[in-house]
Ligand binder design. Sequence first.
Ligand SMILES: [Zn+2]
Length: 177
Amino acid sequence: MSVESPYETPKSSLIDVLHDDICRNGRYVVIRPDVEWPSRCFKCNEDTILKKEVKLTYINPWIYLSILINVLITIILALIFRKKFTVDLPLCERHVKRRKNFLIFQWTMVAVITAGIIIGSLTELTFFLGISMLVLLMVLVSAIFGRLAFAAKYKNEYIWVTGAGKEFLKSLPEFVA
Ligand SMILES: [Zn+2]
């Protein structure tokens, strides 16, 4: 015979997916910025207590159209109308480590680029400059695609966040608009 203590923390992580403040919509997690995330890894759905502070910036896609007029206008509009959110993304130890390694890789590449540009301009060997530009492009592309999470949409106080793992998405209730 056992009596459940009300002071005991719930063992099942299912408890924290029962509210509708965090849902899924296709490959997006739909969440209000002020809502606390469940204690499961955003990438692999493993139980975790680790959280990583991530800044999400949302820029209305229409703003990108102004690039046809002038890039400077696009930048100014983006700076004025962007919305910034800070979320505490739950990540397991493995994914925190993976994230750290990725950032170390990125910064190493930035060091390689800087060295390449310096050597290239000192020795006037365009080979080094060429390689630097190539690596720079790789770093930019990997920075865009390697992002942990990204705000794809902001509507009615909900943000649509991309980057979540399949299992994590599956555990969330379907978003009803
Ligand atoms: Zn994980």
